[in-house]
Design a binder for this molecule. Structure first.
Ligand SMILES: [Zn+2]
Ligand SMILES: [Zn+2]
Length: 500
């Protein structure tokens, strides 16, 4: 079964004064409204820029290199200089992948040029890693012993709209992080290993889940990756994400002549219609941090004069965490079942792949916003990545949009029988639950309404400014990963912050 697929976004409370209407909205007849008074909180979605100033969507390119303290015990510039040195090579790789979009598990071109690149930079490369044709592992070890830091590169695209999720940027960031850490291991003679995993099929197929099941993450002490998204200028988001459950439902009725003998029929399309309506009604009563969205999949054999005997729907329910999701899925299922009862149709419900919330390691990342109960609680313990990004004048913020890779978070075993109970499902794959991990989202320049999975985002992912933003996050992740390799006390903190 295909997964609901692809990176997804979380939503948050955002502080705003005098929100400005989106330039895409035509409201010439409305007087402008000045919102005066105390600062108020707005509820925004990840890709919604309608309340922000367009000039802040873009990342400046005039960021000066950070000033390092010469008294530091090591030369932090090694990482920055290495990323700068390979910047143009990474840009070229990114553009080639962008110009040659490939769907999940068919990323032959990207697999080829990325493995070639990592080999050229002194890594031991295993193509088609663990039997997955377009996965790879690129590894470098310095000295004996030491810890292992893992990095992920994604490179799959979306059907019809190419690199509309910016995975070309993730691909080259992974390469840059790994190569910069290699340089630092050599320069400071630190024993340790860096492993870059090429992880196919994030947009549907769960490449990382498969790699995890096959042992692809077994030797890693921690794992890093990043993902582009819309957002305020110079920002990275270190945040959690929603849990989600896919529900596939089929209704089975009885054909009949719609005019001559409709009483002999049982209308499966009516069942789908009622289910759609019931869930739309449910939407009014659900918590604002929940989502449910779905479609009636088309059936070309439907005719207006034949009572349809079969209809299919696909739904995705989302909630902040596993327990909320379990409760919410039950409410959605009630709507689906009620439609079957009302129309005397039979229902087959299949719960597809579920993903739970993303766990950011608080010591690596610094911030853990909690969406539960609409309270954004941020803990700051260590804040390594956030601290590092400040050097580049990039803020690590909890209150911004973020995209995350679905297969980097907890995944649950798909199950295919009626009325299964979500909470009884055994965890299947689970990168951020298996080892300490950090997965920041970072802002790239986007147009209004052109967030992830739009043609506009594909265009943004090819821009020089998006590349520049990617390089800053690459440096930040490399610094964070290298510290975990060289600093025993720091890594102990990382481990201590890892939930058991
Ligand atoms: Zn995506
Ligand atoms: Zn994505």
């Amino acid at each position: 079964m295909s997964t609901p697929g692809g990176c997804f976004s979380w939503f948050s409370w955002s502080k705003s004064r005098n929100p400005k209407p989106s330039p895409t909205l035509q409201q010439p007849s409305l007087p402008s409204v000045e919102h005066k008074g105390p600062e108020r909180r707005q509820y925004i979605t990840a890709c919604d820029h309608s309340l922000s100033d367009p000039t802040t969507w873009w990342l400046s390119t005039d960021i000066s290199p950070p000033a390092y303290n010469s008294s530091e015990s090591f030369d932090a510039q090694v990482i920055d200089l290495k990323v700068d040195e390979i910047d143009s090579q990474l840009r070229s790789l990114s553009m080639r992948i962008h110009a040659h979009p490939e769907l999940g598990f068919a990323e032959v071109f990207a697999h080829e040029i990325l493995t070639e690149f990592m080999t050229a930079h002194g890594f031991t490369v295993t193509k088609s890693y663990l039997g997955i044709a377009t996965a790879f592992r690129a590894e470098y070890t310095h000295g004996k012993g030491g810890r292992v830091v893992g990095v992920n590169s994604e490179y799959d695209a979306l059907k019809g709209i190419g690199h509309a999720c910016g995975h070309n940027l993730i691909a080259v960031s992974g390469c840059g992080v790994a190569i910069a850490i290699k340089a630092a291991l050599e320069a400071h003679n630190v024993a340790g290993t860096v492993v870059l995993l090429g992880t196919p099929a994030e947009e549907g197929g769960g490449g990382k889940v498969i790699l995890l099941e096959k042992g692809g993450y077994a030797d890693m002490d921690l794992c890093l990756m990043c993902h582009p998204n819309p957002g305020p200028i110079n920002s990275v988001g270190v945040a959690t994400s929603t849990a989600l459950q896919q529900l596939d439902v089929e209704y089975f009725g009885q054909n009949a002549h719609a005019a001559a003998a409709p009483w002999e029929g049982r209308n499966a399309l009516d069942a789908a219609f009622l289910a759609y309506g019931s869930i739309s009604v449910l939407r009014q009563q659900m918590r604002p941090d929940h989502r449910v969205h779905g479609i009636i999949t088309s059936n070309e054999e439907w005719l207006p004069n034949v009572i349809p005997d079969h209809a299919k729907m696909q739904w995705v329910a989302r909630a902040p965490n596993a327990s909320d999701l379990a409760l919410f899925v039950e409410r959605v299922k009630n709507c689906l079942q009620a439609a079957a009862l009302a129309t005397s149709c039979e229902m087959k419900l299949t719960l597809g792949q579920a993903y739970l919330d993303l766990r950011q390691n608080s010591v690596l990342g610094g911030y853990i916003p909690c969406l539960s109960r609409l309270l954004l609680t941020c803990f700051s313990i260590g804040a390594e990545f956030a601290d590092v990004m400040k050097r580049y004048k990039v803020s690590a913020v909890a209150e911004t949009s973020i995209s995350a890779s679905t297969d980097f978070v907890r995944s649950l075993e798909p199950h295919h029988h009626h009325y299964n109970v979500l909470t009884s499902v055994f965890p299947k794959g689970n990168v951020t639950y298996v080892l300490p991990a950090l997965h920041p989202g970072f802002a790239i320049p986007t147009e209004p309404g052109q967030g992830n999975h739009t043609a506009g985002f594909a265009k943004a992912a090819a821009s020089q400014k998006a590349h520049n933003a990617t390089m800053l996050v690459t440096k930040g992740l490399a610094h964070t990963g290298f510290r975990a390799l060289r600093d025993e006390a720091f890594f102990k903190q990382v481990k201590a912050a890892f939930p058991s």
